[in-house]
Design a protein around this ligand. Structure first.
Ligand SMILES: Cc1ncc(COP(=O)(O)O)c(C=O)c1O
Length: 467
């Protein structure tokens, strides 16, 4: 199969539409654009309708959106144009420009529309880490309060929880994921009952802190089932790390609606293909305020001490000095781009179907190498995780870092980027809590069927030589 040329039909917006059959949905343009911020007004260079990922070099198969996404041309152009505008009139940009000013009303409103919520439920952040820190440092935990997390949480959750534990005695209850050989065959109820059983130590905890999609195993925890769990266990706040979901999962469905969480922090720079240093924090309670929640990174705490009862917390968190507002504007362009490609439902379908091709390649040869769930569709994501194995002796699995990194390097020599990922397989039979290492493949919106086949063939040849 020939690699795609940059700007060829498979890598442009039109090519994507043709590939996915989403033409009519995209042309219908369901996204309510604000006149002051229409795509044409912001990105004249994109009005030709050609918005490919031409920055990715010809022949490079990039399968690592889970670490960083790329940016389509219309987003790159929007970002560049925004920086030019800022540089031409900085004071106006920071104070009063509708798109770039420090309060970000317009961009917050547009993100809100995309997610089906209000402007005051949305704060624009630098990344997931910032949103989670604002949340977990902002909640008014008391000494002895309990929070529940899993042993696969990212440091973006663990680090603020560790600060709260060290400074005021928060108790963090860590629940272990089942071992990979059990996990891959589980359904959502079995998994959630194993992770968060109805037990006295979990009941009445202050917060359940989880990832929507786990970077370690690719498991998606459906938000509806998580909400039910939190309610059953009488846990007050559901705090969700959406780093691996925004731009991949449709956050408007019954099963995965963002409004089922109390706080949802996610990036613009991974699956959404927005610029670096962009993210979103969703706060379900737009009227939350001290003493329940404090704006830790903000210039607006004074609004609450001065007797103002109604100042929106999302705005208090937004006004925090000079932010990367040209980046936020370009992230909005990435949201429009998603709509042009058929919208989040279509994108999720596309990403998961690509991911299934990777999963099938592994399952057909070495089912015991699979880590990601493959039976229950509600647990699946665009991340495919599996242990390296000997292609000619497929029961021979490898779980060490050196071999996983070797596979990554060998694939990179062939122009294919994936990554290795370490995690604690605490439930493993040998009860060895040391890290195991697997391979992780992210099938992003710019990847084509041809590219996935190139990857599958290259993986086969690398695994034939693993020793
Ligand atoms: C689950 C999870 N949370 C948080 C992060 C950090 O994301 P950000 O760079 O947006 O803070 C990552 C990055 O890979 C992640 O996978």
């Amino acid at each position: 199969m020939k690699p795609q040329k940059p700007g060829s039909s498979a890598t442009t917006r039109r090519g994507f539409l043709k590939n996915t059959g989403a033409v009519s949905a995209a042309l219908a343009g369901t996204f309510g654009l604000n006149d002051a911020f229409s795509i044409e007004a912001q990105t004249p260079s994109s009005s030709s309708g050609q918005c490919g990922f031409s920055q990715l070099p010809h022949g490079f198969v990039y399968l690592n959106s889970g670490t960083e996404g790329s940016m389509p041309d219309c987003v790159v152009n929007n970002f560049r144009d925004g920086l030019h505008k800022w540089a031409g009139n900085p004071t106006h940009a920071y104070e009063t420009d509708a798109v770039f000013n420090k309060r970000q009303d317009l961009n917050r409103e547009t993100v809100g529309k995309f997610l089906g919520v209000e402007k005051n439920n949305i704060c624009l952040t630098d990344n997931t880490t910032m949103g989670l820190s604002m949340t977990l440092m902002g909640l008014n935990f008391q000494p002895g309060d309990r929070v529940v997390a899993s042993n696969h949480e990212h440091n973006a959750i663990l680090s603020p929880l560790a600060v709260q534990r060290a400074t005021m005695g928060l108790e963090v209850i860590t629940r272990a994921f089942p071992p990979a050989h059990t996990l891959r065959d589980m359904n959502s109820d079995e998994l959630l009952d194993t992770l968060f059983p109805d037990s006295p130590s979990l009941r009445g905890a202050k917060a359940l802190c989880v990832s929507h999609v786990y970077p370690t195993t690719g498991v998606r925890l459906p938000l509806k089932a998580l909400r039910r769990k939190a309610d059953q266990l009488n846990i007050r706040y559901l705090v969700v790390d959406g780093a691996q979901a925004m731009g991949m999962i449709d956050l408007g469905t019954d099963n995965d609606n963002i409004t089922l969480s109390d706080f949802y922090a996610c990036p613009g720079h991974k699956w959404l293909n927005g610029p670096p240093s962009t993210g979103v924090l969703y706060l379900r309670n737009a009227n939350i305020r001290p003493p329940e929640f404090h704006p830790t990174l903000s210039q607006r705490m004074g609004e609450y001490t001065g007797g103002n009862e109604v100042f929106p917390m999302a705005e208090a968190l937004q006004v925090r000095g000079c932010s990367n507002t040209p980046g936020f504007a370009a992230m909005i362009r990435a949201l429009h781009f998603q709509q042009e490609m058929g919208g989040p439902a279509q994108i999720e379908k596309q990403i998961l179907s690509m991911s299934q091709r990777v999963k099938n390649h592994i399952l057909n040869r070495a089912p015991s190498a699979m880590v990601s769930p493959h039976l229950d569709p509600t647990l699946k994501s665009g991340l495919s995780v599996f242990f390296p194995f000997n292609w000619d002796k497929p029961k021979q699995l490898f779980t060490d870092k050196a071999r996983a990194d070797w596979v990554v390097r060998e694939l990179l020599k062939k122009g294919i980027q994936i990554r290795s990922i370490g995690f604690t397989n605490a439930g493993a039979k040998n009860n060895n809590a040391e890290k195991m290492y697997a391979l992780r493949v992210s099938t992003g919106i710019f990847n084509t069927v041809d590219q996935v086949e190139i990857f599958n063939r290259a993986l086969t040849s690398v695994l034939k030589n693993i020793a």
